[in-house]
Every structure is written in structure tokens, then in C-alpha cells.
Design a protein around this ligand. Sequence first.
Ligand code: FES
Ligand code: FES
Length: 132
Amino acid sequence: MAYSEKLIDHYENPRNVGSMDKNELSVGTGLVGAPACGDVMKLQIKVTPEGIIEDAKFKTFGCGSAIASSSLITEWVKGKSLDEAGSIKNSQIAEELALPPVKVHCSILAEDAIKAAISDYKSKNGAADAAE
Ligand code: FES
Ligand code: FES
């Protein structure tokens, strides 16, 4: 099957690979796994006091589509509010990367990871959507 150029680019030159200190209050961490294949994705966001995502990093132990999906979503969430970032749909990722049907769950992993990172940040900051 043919992979899209965007997918291959994100896979070969992944953006925002790395880690942040998960103990920092401004950092939210999402760690999710795909039961179907055992792949694991860690995605972290750094949030300003105003509730804007200023940085994002990921580490993905998985297939090329999972790596490309996490690379893309870290680019997309930067500069967004938590609500905006939390409303990104896996279908948007799948469309942008032209994922084949068997690889759609890889983009679901990225959506789940950003949602998990957002809720981690919110629970650490004790705020039920305080900044909204
Ligand atoms: Fe996920 Fe191959 S099934 S890496
Ligand atoms: Fe399972 Fe990509 S995350 S094959």
C-alpha cells in the first residue's frame, strides 16, 4: 500500500520528539496504549497560566503511522487553548496523513493521548476548567 508524502515526512522527520518533567505543574502527561497492537504513546503539553499550550512533546513506541500521528498532533496543538486542542478529532489526523483504514487506530491513539494529557494537566492544577 502507498503511504502519503505527509505521512512519510512526519515519520522520517518527526517533530517534537522528547520528554518534559512530568512533575512540573505546568506540564500535562498522557500515556495511552493501543490494545490492538500493543503500541504505546506518551504525549506531553506545557500550558501557560492563561491556558494556552505553548509546547508539546511526544515519545511513541509503535508503528510509523502512530509516530506520524503524534508528530502531527504536537504541531497542531501548539498555540491552542486546552478546549481547542481537546476537540481535535482522529479523523482530521487520518485525513491529513491519508492513513489507510487499517492504520486509523493509530490516529485514535494520538487523539486519546492529547485528551489524557489535558485531563492530567487539569487534575494537577485542581481546576475544573478554571481558566475557561
Ligand atoms: Fe503497531 Fe505494528 S501493529 S507497530
Ligand atoms: Fe497500532 Fe499503529 S498504533 S499499528
